[in-house]
Design a protein around this ligand. Structure first.
Ligand code: GCV
Length: 670
């Protein structure tokens, strides 16, 4: 079999010109931490590698007792119990000394990656004076990897966790852990939320050994392993007649099973559960509510310190398109908000954004700000299922930033999504952010080389939600490529405009969908229109859009004021979401002065043109790019251009035919 190789992405440390002589960093003094601790061992080998390559000189660890932690030369790593659990402080303590302090080994690891990042970026170390701790307690990747090695909605090759029903633990597992630890990720779910077949057995003894090994590798990088769980396990594994969460024999079964799994994998963080969703079993089958289902599991795993992460993606997926009242967007809130306060402390509700399903533009889920006594986590998706599938470029950090900054008005202050998921709003600890991961066993990890910016960006933003998409993109670019300032600007332009470009040539003004139902790539305006999934645009010869106001499905009323009124009124509804909330006639004038139909025509032609500009910019920096990267990305940009053309043609001709209204600019609409 062909041996797989893989890159080191942003950890491919290169010799860097620093503004001063930093050779003193090759002397490492460790004080208050044991060299034998797995996290410290990994930290030291990262320093060895990173400093070795960046400064071109191998570092060495000096025993602390030689200098009693008061060295005036070197990188002094020291314990400071005052600092928060995962936080660290980096301080220039002298001409030839930098001090890295932390209260835990994890803090040392994160501080080290920060120092290496600064060195790679050739940032000034004159006075780093950084004191930081992650904003989100949980910073998580959800992999939708199946045990046969396929990945649901995966666009970067096959799984590097599973193949052919077996678990893979090898050098790549370690490199994966290093990569994600370097951006601050501290939790990983390795298997698909749709748990079938062998994956159901991950909680039995069958896979205990490789799972333990994997969890130890992860723990060495401060990462907790989580598993997705099949709620019907008592039936499928235990041969019980039901999985009713209130049935004592079912509870007993879980108690025993969980004892086994936590004995086998002591580092296990807990479970992610998709219940009562898209055909997956759950408490509803037994007339129980979501809290009863989640709490049953939570109680069973509480003695092991485990968490239950319960997804809110619960909706009716057998809808009739003629039914204009049932609204999929409403479902999360309708199914959960009344249970506010009923979930156990170790349950976190994981709320997908948006309320429909990872479209290019959706409003923020009203569950944020709709529950006051419940732990909540945000779920986003860097896998780009509906946003170009790592063929089309779509840097998603600007979208995540918008979600995080959304004011929910649940309180007068500290009411944004970022405040809620960091625990600031309600003072809770079990909160955070997760993304559906975009990695696979492709040599570059993410299929599209530039899609690695989404992985990098997610981690950095999860740690510090104040970072801007631009800052993150710049960091990623200069750690990944060696480019002149002009070339770097071109890549930055590509990343920062990519979401808008994708949005322009796909579905307009928040209406979403219009994708091919089979694979969710490419246009099919009516592909989902008469189907059972609750995903409608409702276009006819007069207008398009879903009425989600108080006169329609009432979805807008799920928000707190003033958001509810703002969305309810087409005059105040943000225009980019107009068709999500309102049915609008084609001749209606938008704020730009254009009619809706003209906006649709123009934005699609523009999106297609700008997709071509992405390619031009990439071609213009050819000479500065690595030989393998340039053609790989070019090939994707070509596919993106064809896709954009296809979208532009299909959407524009659909609306032209249905409305009969000519393009004011007289362009040919195919
Ligand atoms: C993992 C969407 C996707 C499914 C996915 C589901 C979910 O419907 O198309 O592939 O299943 O979301 O998030 O559970």
């Amino acid at each position: 079999m062909e041996k797989k190789t893989w890159t080191q992405l942003w950890l491919d440390y290169k010799k860097t010109k620093t503004s001063e002589d930093l050779s003193f960093l090759t002397e490492i003094i460790l004080h208050g931490f044991s060299e034998g601790h797995p996290v410290i061992q990994n930290t030291l080998s990262e320093l060895q590698l990173g400093i070795g390559k960046i400064l071109g000189a191998e570092p060495a660890v000096k025993p602390a007792d030689e200098c009693e932690g008061k060295a005036d030369r070197g990188l002094v790593i020291i314990k400071d119990e005052e600092l928060p659990e995962e936080g660290y402080k980096l301080k220039r303590t002298g001409q030839e000394s930098v001090m890295l302090s932390a209260s835990t080994e994890k803090g040392v690891l994160y501080g080290t990656f920060c120092l290496l990042r600064k060195l790679s970026l050739a940032e000034d170390l004159e006075d780093p004076d950084i004191c930081t701790a992650p904003e989100n307690p949980l910073r998580m990747l959800n992999h939708w990897d199946n045990m046969d090695g396929s990945i649901e909605r995966g666009y970067s090759g096959r799984s590097f966790f599973f193949n052919n029903g077996e678990i893979i633990v090898n050098e790549r597992t370690r490199d994966y852990a290093r990569l994600i630890a370097s951006i601050g990720i501290n939790a990983v779910v390795i298997n698909n939320v749709n748990v079938f077949g062998e994956a159901t057995e991950l909680i039995t003894g069958r896979y205990a050994e490789p799972l333990r090994k994997m969890s130890e590798i992860f723990a060495g990088y401060g990462i907790r392993l989580f598993l997705s769980l099949n709620f019907a396990s008592p039936i499928e594994l235990g041969n019980l007649p039901s999985c009713d969460p209130l049935d004592p024999s079912v509870i007993r079964w879980w108690e025993e099973q969980m004892r086994t799994v936590f004995d086998n994998i002591p580092n296990l963080g807990g479970f992610l559960v998709k219940a009562d969703s898209e055909g997956r079993p759950g408490p509803f089958t037994y007339g129980r509510n979501q809290a009863e289902g989640a709490n049953m599991l939570a109680k069973v795993i509480k003695p092991y310190g485990g968490l239950v992460i319960w997804r809110c993606f619960v909706y009716n997926c057998r809808q009739d398109w003629r039914d204009r009242k049932t609204d999929r967007a409403r479902a999360g809130y309708d199914n959960f908000h009344e249970m506010d306060g009923q979930f156990d402390e170790n349950v976190i509700l994981q709320i997908k954004n948006g309320p429909m399903d990872f479209q290019i533009r959706e409003p923020v889920s009203p569950l944020f700000g709709g529950m006051l006594h419940t732990n909540e986590m945000l779920e986003v998706q860097i896998a780009q299922e509906y946003t170009g599938q790592q063929i089309d470029l779509c840097y998603l950090i600007p979208m995540f930033k918008e979600i995080l900054s959304f004011r929910t008005y649940v309180k007068e202050q500290e009411d944004t999504v970022a405040d809620i998921i960091s625990g600031r709003t309600f003072g809770n600890r079990n909160t955070g952010i997760a993304t559906v991961a975009n990695t696979g066993d492709d040599s570059n990890w993410t299929g599209h080389d530039l899609a690695a910016a989404n992985l990098y960006g997610f981690g950095r933003l999860a740690w510090d939600m104040n970072l801007t998409p631009e800052e993150i993109a710049k960091e990623w670019i200069s750690q990944t490529y060696t480019l002149s300032p002009d070339a770097a600007k071109n890549v930055l332009w590509m990343l920062l405009h990519s979401r808008e470009i994708y949005e322009d040539y796909t579905s307009p003004l928040g209406i979403g969908w219009m994708v091919n139902p089979s694979n969710h790539y490419g246009p099919s305006v009516n592909g989902y229109e008469y189907d059972r999934w609750g995903t409608y645009h409702r276009a006819d010869h007069l207008g398009v859009g879903v009425d989600r106001t108080d006169k329609g499905t009432g979805y807008a009323q799920q928000y707190n004021e003033p958001n509810a009124s703002m969305y309810n009124d087409p005059q105040t509804c943000p225009e980019e979401l107009l068709l999500f909330f309102h049915r609008v006639l084609y001749r209606t004038r938008l704020k730009s002065g254009k009619t809706l139909i003209q906006h649709i025509y123009d934005s699609h032609f523009e999106g297609y043109e700008k997709a071509q500009e992405l390619k031009k910019r990439w071609e213009s920096i050819r000479d500065e790019l690595p030989e393998d990267v340039y053609p790989r990305v070019l090939e994707r940009l070509d596919r993106q251009i064809s896709n954009a053309r296809e979208w532009c043609d299909q959407v524009n001709s659909y609306f032209y035919r249905i409305s009969g209204i000519e393009d004011e600019k007289g362009r040919t609409i195919y």
